[in-house]
Design a binder for this molecule. Structure first.
Ligand code: SF4
Length: 244
């Protein structure tokens, strides 16, 4: 794997961040929910609805549904498109090659999927991660519009209950679903979008980074994640190069 590229911090601290209101849907009610209540709601949705779901044809090929990982009090939620082979086998999101790359990038942000939960007023050091569809599309193809429409109400509930400060959408299907924009990734990534009271930062999916393993792509993703770090008040001075 090539050596990590150096990304100048100054390149992401530019004041030219563009905020775009992309949805006419009402903002979520972001009044905090007690952790125990969130855990109950999220677990109930998984156990009573997602695990036995047959709302679309993807149920026929699945080994396991893949619901989510991370902390329900996370300030940042990552959203991918759907489970791959290893995720289908384990029931855990982002555990294959793409997941390892994502973990590396999340680690460089000072966070992790099993980081410390919030306590005594300190923000959670963890992230929450979920996909647009909970069952594996065959041959790792993108979910169809019908499959996305059938499954996305689960994701909307997860967002509503986790109530992240920031959402990072990974790749085109997740970004287009959340923002309702039919634009190429290159035009949506690297900018803040306002969506239902939550700030959204689109970036490339880790599998795309692996497929297009070049300095430009790695710098772009790391630059997007550094904007998220700035938004969350995370220390970026010690992290000047792409972890990808
Ligand atoms: Fe149900 Fe979603 Fe699986 Fe389709 S992808 S069967 S909607 S859980």
């Amino acid at each position: 794997m090539p050596t990590a590229a150096v990304v100048p911090i100054a390149s992401v601290a530019s004041p030219t961040i563009e905020f775009i209101q992309t949805s006419l849907l009402p903002a979520f009610d972001l009044t905090p929910i007690a952790r125990s209540e969130k855990l109950g709601l999220l677990s109930e949705l998984d156990e009573s609805q997602v695990k036995g779901c047959t709302k679309c044809g993807l149920c026929r090929g699945r080994t396991n549904t893949v619901y989510a990982a991370g902390d329900c009090d996370a300030r940042v939620m990552f959203i991918g498109e759907g489970p791959g082979e290893e995720e289908d086998m384990t029931g855990i999101p982002f555990v294959g090659r793409s997941g390892k790359l994502l973990d590396k990038m999340i680690g460089a942000m000072g966070l992790s999927r099993d980081g410390e939960a919030s306590r005594d007023g300190e923000p959670s050091k963890s992230i929450y991660i979920a996909n647009v569809v909970k069952c594996r599309p065959p041959e790792n193809r993108q979910p169809s519009p019908q499959e996305t429409a059938a499954c996305s109400p689960y994701l909307m509930k997860q967002i509503e209950w986790v109530r992240p400060q920031v959402i990072v959408t990974l790749g085109l299907p997740a970004t287009q679903l959340i923002l309702g924009l039919k634009l190429p990734m290159g035009q949506m990534r690297g900018k803040w979008h306002a969506w239902r009271g939550i700030k959204v930062m689109p970036t490339y999916h880790p599998s795309y980074v692996l497929r297009s393993y070049n300095e430009q792509t790695r710098r772009a993703v790391w630059s997007d994640l550094q904007l998220v770090m700035i938004e969350l008040g995370l220390e970026i001075s010690g992290v000047s190069s792409s972890p990808a």
